[in-house]
Structures are given as structure tokens and as C-alpha cells.
Design a binder for this molecule. Structure first.
Ligand SMILES: [Zn+2]
Length: 456
């Protein structure tokens, strides 16, 4: 029997309207899981088994192209089972795991296989892997590409924890031919050490409990200089460049100009840069430490404008959890605390709260948080939109609901969050993976069904 889902607001690339998702017929008793058609509810086959979500919105399952799952090796920070549980509660159906913080870091095929082993049977939603391009693994890059990673990640500055080396310009130039040959994107943490070292040297004997100290230690110039370097290399070598977690809006004009030249550059920012602002961060609030740092109110509004103008393509969480002690909450010192913000389970409401206030629609949310990250990771043929031929991965979303963030809402390993206590708009009612619920009415459906997307 055919299976179908209807709702008053189905978000598709062509618009948001009352519609039906009709799934492919599968063999009896087998999960079906693929969309056969998006149609008028009146056009469904008479024998279709229909679930009607009424006034709710159906969005394509979200794709988070920037998550630190930390397993194997630092599973006490996070892990596949807890991260994918938080993802399911947050409306995400695919996570792409960053190659660092896990041990071994994903910089060789053997390390990739170790990550695969640790993920097996653990995942509520799908995942894929980024591989690292580090100081000394140029010979591992093409083998990693052939083994099925979605692309590469590099740090132009010390990444904050051991096990993954930063890459300098010379090493990067040695790595780029293989990266270009792979056709996969290079994701870059774009901050250079020079401006940060100069700024930090002038901050000796200052109070590291003050947010202003931390902000001054990581100036806009660190991002700007790194982005300029990457644009020059992209122009010269011709690889796909992706700037992760853009925090400074000052880089937007140069990124826009580089794209106007035809360079294959994409840009990401994160919910925390669009939600918080430096002026509102209390001293000692190390839950808000991340790198690059959260900047001014004016900068935040300019980032929203960057999304509006299409210079910023996508929003990814940079979900980067750690054990609570590493946030140094008692000392409140920004120089000692771990930099990273975890938000997988609430990123959609965080984004919808800010987007709705500024006149954006669910259509744009679906582009920033599903189709654009799916395209970055090479997954457009299976995920990222509600269209015929794609997997029936979707979020049942109540855009009008409001709720207060509490620890019970978080679901990742350590329930700490700078969003705690905030009133947010929009609630995930259910998340479906290949036509089956993985999260519904506050409950997880047992039986891990997530699998790895391999790109080759
Ligand atoms: Zn990150």
C-alpha cells in the first residue's frame, strides 16, 4: 500500500503550500523511504495510507555540515549515540562529522575506519565524515577521498586541542593539488595567528574574566587576513573553498567580490553569531566562548544581511561540546575555558526565532539549514529538499509554538548551554528518516536506523 504524509505547509524549493509527500512503494514489510512525488493531497492514490500533520510545517530533514562528534577517543565529551539523539530532537537527519577532537583524528583512512567502527549501530540519524588536511598528511588526501569522505577540513591556527595539527601556508600549498584533484571542498577555519598574537601581547595583565578582553584578543583582522589568503589560493589553484563559521561581517564585501569573479567559494555562519552579541555577554560567561568570537550587535545584523544577500550560503551549528568542567564556569576565565558551543537540539528554533523577527520564511530556513549544507557535502541527490527521488527525511515543525530552553530539551551528553532559560519560537514535533519517525512527541523511537553516507 502506498504511504503518504500531508500538511498545510510543505516547504519545497518551489514554495510552501498544502501538499502531500507520496512515498515509493516498497516490498511488503520493508521500509519504503523515498519520495515518489510531491503532489496535491487530492491526487493521492485512493488506497494510500495517509498521515496528516494538519497545521504543522514539513521541512526537509536538516543537514548539519559542522558537528564535532568526538568519538572515538573523546566520547566523554560527546559521541555518536548522544549527538545523533540531539540531532533527531532538533530536526536534523544528517550530520557531517568534523575530523578533529576524536582520537585518532580523521586524517588517514585507518582513522576513518576507526570512526566508522565506533559509529556502527549507534546512530539515530545519518552521518558522513569530513577528513582532515593537516601539516603532514598530503599523501593521505586522495586515499581519504576514495574512501568516501565528503571533503577536507583545515585549521590555519592551533585548533585548541591536541591530535590535529594546524596547517601553514607552505603545507597547504603542498596539499591543494590533491584537494583540487579530488573535486571535494576544503573547509577552512579562517583565523591567522599573527593578528591574534599581536592583539594578545597588548593584553598582558588584563582581566580574562571580561568578555571584552577575549573579543579584543581575536580581532576581525585575524579572520580577514585568513580569508584573503584563502581567496588568493583559491584563485591560483582552483579548488572548492568553504569558509566555516564566519564571525566577522567585515569579510562579506571581499567574499562577494571573489564569488562575483566566479571563484568556487561558499560561506557558513552559525546560530550563535546570529543570536548573541558581544554587548550582551556578561563577564565570566564562558559558555559563550567560541572561536572566532561572537562580535557586536551591528556585526550580527550585518551577518543577517549577508544571508539575505546570498553571500552567506548556509548555517551550521559548529556543535562543539565538552565536559562542563572544561568551561571553567567558576573561574569564568575566557583564556582557560574550552571554546565551543553545543546547540544541535535547539538550533532550528534559535534560527527560526531570529529569522521570523527579521521577515525571513521557512523557505529560507530550509535553504540555509538543509539544501545548501547538503550541496556542500555532495549529498544533494539524496537529501536537502522535499522532491521526487530524495529520501523521505523531514521535520514536522510547529512554527507558532514557544518554549523555554531547559536541560531536558538538550539531549546531548552534557546538558549545558548558553541558551538555557531563553524563550524560543518554533518546536520540532517529530523527525522522520526515510519515512519512519526517529523522534516523536518528545520520545526517541528505539532501533538506530542512521547510516553513513559515503561519497564514493
Ligand atoms: Zn568546529
Amino acid at each position: 500500500m502506498a504511504q503518504a504524509f500531508t500538511a498545510d505547509r510543505v516547504v519545497t524549493p518551489q514554495g510552501t503550500r498544502r501538499a502531500a509527500l507520496l512515498l515509493e512503494d516498497g516490498p511488503p514489510g520493508e521500509p519504503r523511504g523515498v519520495i515518489r512525488a510531491v503532489c496535491e493531497p487530492g491526487d493521492l492514490p485512493a488506497n494510500a495510507e495517509v498521515i496528516d500533520f494538519g497545521p504543522y510545517a514539513l521541512l526537509p530533514g536538516l543537514v548539519d555540515s559542522h558537528v564535532h562528534i568526538n568519538q572515538p577517543g573523546r566520547t566523554e565529551w560527546e559521541g555518536f549515540s548522544t549527538a545523533t539523539r540531539a540531532a533527531a530532537a532538533g530536526g536534523y537527519t544528517t550530520l557531517i562529522d568534523m575530523p578533529l577532537n576524536c582520537l585518532p583524528a580523521t586524517t588517514t583512512v585507518a582513522a576513518l575506519e576507526a570512526t566508522r567502527d565506533s559509529a556502527a549501530g549507534q546512530c539515530l540519524v545519518d552521518w558522513a565524515a569530513w577528513g582532515g588536511a593537516v601539516a603532514d598528511n598530503q599523501a593521505d588526501l586522495l586515499p581519504l577521498a576514495r574512501a568516501g569522505i565528503a571533503g577536507f577540513k583545515s585549521f590555519l591556527i592551533y585548533p585548541g586541542c591536541d591530535g590535529f595539527s594546524m596547517i601553514d601556508r607552505e603545507q597547504l600549498e603542498r596539499a591543494l593539488p590533491a584537494i583540487a584533484e579530488s573535486g571535494l571542498p576544503l573547509l577552512v577555519h579562517a583565523e591567522l595567528a599573527g593578528p591574534i598574537e599581536r592583539a594578545t601581547a597588548s593584553l598582558r595583565n588584563t582581566d580574562w574574566r571580561r568578555y571584552a578582553t577575549y573579543l579584543a584578543s581575536r580581532p576581525d583582522e585575524a579572520e580577514l587576513e585568513a580569508i584573503r589568503l584563502m581567496i588568493r589560493l583559491c584563485r591560483r589553484v582552483g579548488f572548492r573553498l568553504h569558509i566555516v563559521h564566519l564571525a566577522t561581517a567585515q569579510a562579506l564585501p571581499e567574499l562577494q567580490a571573489a564569488r562575483a569573479e566566479g571563484l568556487p567559494i561558499s560561506v557558513e555562519t552559525c546560530p550563535h553569531y546570529l543570536h548573541f552579541a558581544a554587548e550582551q555577554i556578561a563577564d565570566g560567561s564562558t559558555l559563550l566562548k567560541c572561536a572566532p568570537p561572537i562580535r557586536s550587535v551591528a556585526n550580527r545584523e550585518a551577518l543577517w544581511q549577508g544571508l539575505r544577500d546570498g553571500i552567506i550560503d548556509l548555517v551550521a551549528t559548529d556543535h562543539s561540546p565538552c565536559p562542563p568542567a572544561m568551561k571553567c564556569l567558576e573561574e569564568g576565565r575566557f583564556d582557560l575555558a574550552w571554546g565551543g558551543i553545543a546547540s544541535l537540539s535547539i538550533a532550528l528554533p534559535v534560527m527560526w526565532t531570529g529569522a521570523a523577527q527579521r521577515g525571513f520564511t521557512l523557505q529560507e530556513i530550509a535553504r540555509w539549514m538543509s539544501s545548501a549544507p547538503a550541496a556542500l557535502a555532495g549529498l544533494s541527490d539524496r537529501a536537502g529538499t522535499l522532491e521526487a527521488g530524495r529520501e523521505a527525511n523531514f521535520v514536522v515543525f510547529n512554527p507558532e509554538a514557544e518554549f523555554t530552553v531547559t536541560p531536558e530539551r538538550l539531549h546531548y551528553r552534557h546538558a549545558i548551554s548558553p541558551y538555557m532559560g531563553e524563550m524560543l519560537r518554533g518546536a520540532v514535533e517529530a523527525t522522520y528518516l526515510r519515512g519512519e519517525p526517529v523522534y516523536q512527541a518528545g520520545e526517541f523511537i528505539p532501533g538506530p536506523r542512521g547510516c553513513e553516507h559515503r561519497l564514493r
